[in-house]
Structures are given as C-alpha cells and as structure tokens.
Design a protein around this ligand. Structure first.
Ligand code: FES
Length: 144
C-alpha cells in the first residue's frame, strides 16, 4: 500500500467530515478497522473513507449501527469491495427501506383508526401489540 493510501485518524476525520471521537467509536464497534505503524500510531487505509461515507448515509436513512455492521459483513474481507459489491449492498438497503416504509404506512393507517378508538388494548389494538406477541403463546390468558 502506498503512503498516500494510509491515513492518520486526523486525516481521516478531516477528509471524511466525521469527528475523531466518532471514528474511534465506530472502530470500537467493529465498523471500521485500523492498523498500527512502527510508532504504534493508529493508521487507516484510504478505503475507510468510503466506509465512513456509507455509515453516515445509512444512519441518515435510519439504519442502526448493528444493521450497518451486518451489511458490511457481506462485503468481501480479502479485497476492496467492487462497484458491484456496493451496488448489491445498496439494493439490500433499498429493499429494507421499502419494507420499513410499507410498515410505517400500515401503522399510519391503523393510527387513523386508533385515534377514533383510543382503547390501546393489548389484546385488540394492532398499534399496541403489532405482532400479536401474546397470541404466539397460544390461546388463553397469559398475563394473569
Ligand atoms: S386504540 Fe383501539 S384498536 Fe388501537
């Protein structure tokens, strides 16, 4: 790797627009990686700029750090991700967003019904118990 492809944490922060503290946090969560130079200083490959950009975009789209980390796990570990690898990840995120939007639209419709009702019943209200969690435990009382 050429010297220009190796960045200090300060250079990475400046070029990515991400605070040094956030870079350290992402590293502690396993989202980005560094290595130590001969002076025991943390160094990052230039590829981490793209990773940080994806993290910031994914966060703005509402993905959790765990979801982002899971998506990165599907990227090749033995080489830099290709444009096709990034496109596949983008398609996966697009599907996840579509699913989330569909769920929110269904909840919005239900909210309109619930505004007129107001019971917020654990047994009857889909907003209160969207997946009928108690129903999965079988019929009959579960809270007595
Ligand atoms: S508030 Fe009554 S069904 Fe949701």
């Amino acid at each position: 790797m050429e010297k220009k492809d190796i960045l200090s944490v300060g250079e990475l922060a400046r070029r990515s627009g991400v605070a040094i503290s956030a870079i350290h946090f992402y590293e502690s969560k396993g989202l980005i990686h560094s290595h130590r130079n001969s002076g025991n200083q943390r160094r990052f490959s230039r590829g981490m700029l793209r990773i940080l950009a994806y993290i910031k975009v994914a966060q703005r789209l509402g993905f959790s750090l765990e979801e982002i980390k899971a998506a990165f796990r599907d990227l090749p570990q033995d080489r830099s991700p290709s444009p096709e690898d990034w496109q596949k990840m983008s398609r996966d995120w697009e599907q996840a967003l579509t699913d989330r939007i569909d769920l929110l639209l269904r909840m919005k419709e239900q909210l309109n019904l619930c505004i007129g009702c107001g019971c917020l019943s654990l047994y009857q209200c889909p907003l209160r118990n969207p997946n009928d969690e108690l129903g999965k435990q079988g019929s009959g009382p579960h809270l007595l």
